[in-house]
Design a protein around this ligand. Sequence first.
Ligand code: NDP
Length: 446
Amino acid sequence: MDKIVRQFLQEVESRNQNEPEFMQAVTEVAETVIPYIVQHEIYYGQNILLRMVEPERVVSFRVPWIDDKEEIQVNRGYRIEMNSAIGPYKGGLRFHPSVNLSVLKFLAFEQVFKNSLTTLPMGGGKGGSDFNPKGKTDTEVMRFCQSFMTELFRHIGPNRDVPAGDIGVGSREIGYLFGQYKRLKNEFTGVLTGKGVSWGGSLIRPEATGYGVVYFTEEMLRHKGDGLKGKKVVISGSGNVAQYAAEKCLHLGATVLTMSDSSGFIHDPEGIDEAKLAYIMKLKNVQRGRIATYVEQYPNATFHAQKTPWGVPCDVALPCATQNELNGNDAKALVKNGCTCVGEGANMPSTPEAIEVFHKSKINYAPGKASNAGGVAVSGLEMAQNSLRYSWTREEVDAKLKGIMIDIHKSCLKYGDEAGFVNYVKGANIAGFVKVADAMLAQGVV
Ligand code: NDP
């Protein structure tokens, strides 16, 4: 088996050189899915995984724009249309200086499995730019978004490819992108998700990824006869996903000890309560400030510059910032300090070494493609509401989100239960694979 996996990975690597993040995501899938393919005649010999790792289409384009000093700037834009076997391409846009082909291909590949797990009819895609919104004025961000959409609009559409937000793309950016699409096409359609509620957005979409991570984490604990109530939780990030993960932890009676940004983390031993979380939301979403400022407001907390929060003793860890933010040593520290459950809010935040530590220690560990699927699930519900020209209530959307997260947990159990220990990586990869592979087989070699 190892030989088949190795040969497959060598072939993929020879075509995708210098793309470490993409190879990391493909390796994790190959190691769990190839043994399943070998045991199932309908997939074996169809080169199905080899077809899945090749994007259906990659678009790369120039994004010129003029800054406030009237200087011309140039960024690079991308859209990876990875797989449309079960529905239109669907996946976020990321604006961050670290964006490159490798990062977007890993995200698009993960998205295919994640979207399949939601049970909704969505293919997988991802896009973005190396543009850094940090430190830019609103008018600069608007001019950039307009230029970005002036090229992207030809490749997307409500039945073709429906982008959403991701790191650096929040409600402000979605607004500017949607406005420019509408102007260019002279059409009001559900071409983007994460829209404002008064112009086609869904209630609960901003909360969905963070709430979904916590619903999934609660489900992992419930499966072991436990729950989040009274648990100490360590969270990284302080953006969209982290904020609403923290909020839902508080609703369920847990104590949130940390949050972070790219400059370091804050540790509040008394817990980040609802008032403190409201302060963080205003600091990050309105003032666009740094997390370090928290300790000026709440002096009993401490700030740890350029550090991640994984050394803080906790029961549950929710990495919600970015890829590869939790390494093997961090995982060892978490396990040593008593952590028994890790739910990924970010995409691929744990390195392969960290995952190995979690698996060897037999603690609950959920990969992002399962535990953070709530965001894209509610995006799917936003598309459904746009098609119906109707809006569901907050309670209706929240109940559907919770139901979807519980169903994803069941899918993981179906394929990942190993005599009592649940291997959520294996469960999520195989469950996500089967639906897409069946659709690809039915549609022929296209
Ligand atoms: P935001 O831009 O709202 O927040 C990102 C947070 O992560 C910020 O606190 C940011 O700090 C921090 N961060 C970003 N890059 C780094 C880095 N290199 N090192 C340390 N910290 C970093 O993004 P989201 O909350 O939307 O996304 C967070 C993660 O969740 C990403 O992995 C994303 O792909 C994933 N995700 C998001 C979904 C969504 O619906 N938004 C859906 C599913 C997954 P700073 O402000 O300093 O940059």
